[in-house]
Write a protein that binds this ligand. Sequence first.
Ligand SMILES: NC(=O)c1ccc[n+]([C@@H]2O[C@H](COP(=O)([O-])OP(=O)(O)OC[C@H]3O[C@@H](n4cnc5c(N)ncnc54)[C@H](O)[C@@H]3O)[C@@H](O)[C@H]2O)c1
Ligand SMILES: [Zn+2]
Length: 366
Amino acid sequence: MTSSLQTPREMQKVQVALATRPYEVLIGNHLLPIVGEYSRSVITPCRCAVITDDNVAPLHSGVLMESLKRAGFDPHLVVIPSGEQSKSMLSASDLCDRLIGLGIDRKGAIFSLGGGVIGDLAGFVASVFYRGIPVIQIPTTVVSQIDSSVGGKTGVNSHLGKNLIGSFHQPLLVIADTATLSSLPERIFREGLAEAIKHGVIADATLLAMLPPESNQDLTPLIARNVAIKATIVEADEFETKGMRALLNFGHTIGHAVESVAGYGVLSHGEAVAIGMIAALDLSVRLAGLPSVQADQVRETIRTCELPEKLPESLSTESLLAALQRDKKFDRGAVRFVLTAQLGSAMVSDRVTTQDITQAIDRLRS
Ligand SMILES: NC(=O)c1ccc[n+]([C@@H]2O[C@H](COP(=O)([O-])OP(=O)(O)OC[C@H]3O[C@@H](n4cnc5c(N)ncnc54)[C@H](O)[C@@H]3O)[C@@H](O)[C@H]2O)c1
Ligand SMILES: [Zn+2]
């Protein structure tokens, strides 16, 4: 960073210290107007695309486009339909054609403005367009600010499964403007808190005391703490080969099964993960020695964040077990389950049996 940059008060910086190329995550209130200035410190101004969706474009793209123009960039707005169905090879291919049509080439760059869907899709396109061009992530949901924009995992869905096609493509810079979160629908805001609770459980129990945030509170410290946790895990295991990144699956094994059996869209991802975390806490108490009082504390946080704790009546144990068998976290039939023995830490266990899981699912109804 050059010293001439204006640093807004209260802005926090988190380094993602990767050996190949470190980058910064900037977190603060009202950062969109200075994206151009900060981007210019990591990339030469160029013809570039701002990829966003049709919900975010009318709310936040104007300020970003102006900021990029002021800094000497030649930005072109590319808007795609919002929603998970846009995370497909078809959209990726269509986006590549649109970028070529706009005259963007290997000297260009992509700015991804939106939630995790836009971040994953735009990051994926950046990784293959002209064999890879820079991407700057500007996440606008809680999930994307605390999780998906950091770490370089990009990708799209196959009709046979989510996130099965992708690449690792680290961003040059991530700018999380917490002011953008104020336009989020309440339910989408709250589901993001499930991932923050997960971070608290696996890495930093004191984070739980910051949840839920008060309305109108400056979210910068909360987002920054979460980004720091994600950054530490990514630094330790950039390519998900060493087991550390697997800890981010706490609550996700049963959570994914609940999400898919309920039918995508019925329960949001975060809501299903909240239910999955209740089961994972139960298993942690019974199999890993987690003190019950600590499990109760997390359950209370899930409750105060207004996330669900109980399984919807319509989901049978059999259908959930069948979904678990199809999950990629089942390695040739053996479950690799993330448990916590002490809040603020986690481990992968292969000692969780189908019977244990069946009991944990049944207890989600009581
Ligand atoms: N790459 C990773 O490491 C990683 C990690 C976690 C999740 N993900 C992926 O992220 C995706 C989910 O991300 P998400 O929860 O952000 O969902 P999303 O991108 O679909 O955004 C949720 C909704 O909020 C809208 N929206 C976004 N920002 C807004 C704003 N500021 N104001 C008003 N509306 C806004 C969007 O248009 C959308 O309708 C999934 O595809 C998931 O697989 C990736
Ligand atoms: Zn998740």
